[in-house]
Write a protein that binds this ligand. Structure first.
Ligand SMILES: Nc1ncnc2c1ncn2[C@@H]1O[C@H](COP(=O)(O)OP(=O)(O)OP(=O)(O)O)[C@@H](O)[C@H]1O
Length: 266
């Protein structure tokens, strides 16, 4: 569905920030992308939806090639991006206008817009905040408004780029729950995260290190095989607590399972 083939990218010639990265993400997957600071995760997110174009290799989504400007427009419509700071995403002065702006941009017919706004607000639980200004919202609500603007465009695929990182625990939980809900509805989810607890909600982990893809596999293998500290990553909270309390690997594994089931779709 989304195919990266030997993708390379640099902002300045000679300083590659994505090096020969290849992977395929199938429809309906829930994937985490992790890696240390500056390893190239955000650049990868922008390459996914055609915001940036590969300098080497190719990015193809459902037979649309990102290097073709017309096809890139289709990719941008199909793949939504949610960023770290919802403040950066607000362009208008209230929640409804924000959603409408995106819909007009992709030329949704005028008679369809009101219904799309309603269902997007409902999806994120912000029906009562349709007329609110961004400063009237909490951090979590702002991020949910940003998600509403993306979901209203009916994307088939959403990339969350450290979207939980500025939220308090309640806001994080709400956003993780939304990701799970969208995933259940068949939307492909990619989350970029520094929180290893959040990785447990996904089914597959891609690890970037110094611009290269160095691991691609399920979370249980990731936590078993990858020396996280080497890559500037921390063990999930439950695992750290288990270690500090001197629990056995078995007990820790059990806690990992319980932490995962918090967000599990099964
Ligand atoms: N607009 C830009 N112009 C020049 N260099 C950039 C630009 N954006 C990112 N970089 C550089 O590209 C490299 C990869 O950055 P990127 O933001 O993709 O990494 P990241 O893994 O998302 O980092 P973090 O976890 O810190 O957000 C870094 O060295 C960064 O400084």
């Amino acid at each position: 569905m989304l195919v990266f083939d030997q993708v390379g990218y640099y902002y300045r010639r000679g300083q590659e920030v994505v090096k020969k990265v290849s992977f395929t993400i199938e429809k309906g997957e829930f994937v985490s992308i992790v890696g240390g600071n500056g390893s190239g995760k955000s650049t990868l997110a922008k390459l996914m939806n055609g915001l940036q174009l590969a300098k080497q290799g190719s990015v193809v989504f459902d037979k649309q090639t990102a290097s073709d400007p017309d096809q890139a427009r289709n990719i941008r419509k199909a793949i939504g991006l949610v960023f770290q700071n919802p403040e950066d995403q607000f362009i208008t002065t209230n929640v409804t206008d924000e959603i409408v702006f995106g819909l007009e941009n992709i030329r949704v017919p005028a008679d369809e817009i009101a219904a799309r706004v309603r269902s997007a607000l409902q999806a994120v639980g912000l029906e009562r905040y349709a007329d609110a200004a961004p400063h009237e919202l909490s951090g979590g609500q702002k991020q949910r408004a940003a998600v509403a603007a993306v979901i209203a465009m009916r994307p088939r695929f959403i990339v969350f780029d450290e979207a939980t990182s500025m939220l308090d625990p309640e806001g994080r939980n709400e956003l993780m729950q939304l990701m799970q809900d969208f995933h259940k509805q068949g939307i492909t989810i990619v989350q970029i995260t520094h929180h290893m607890d959040e990785v447990l909600a996904s089914r597959r982990v891609l690890l970037l290190d110094q611009s290269e893809l160095v691991f691609d596999g399920p979370p249980d293998r990731f936590f078993r095989e990858v020396p996280l500290e080497t890559y500037g990553l921390e063990q999930p909270f439950a695992v750290r607590i288990g270690q500090q309390l001197g629990w056995s690997g078995e007990a820790t594994a059990d806690w990992k399972g319980r932490a995962a089931s918090q967000w599990s779709t099964e």
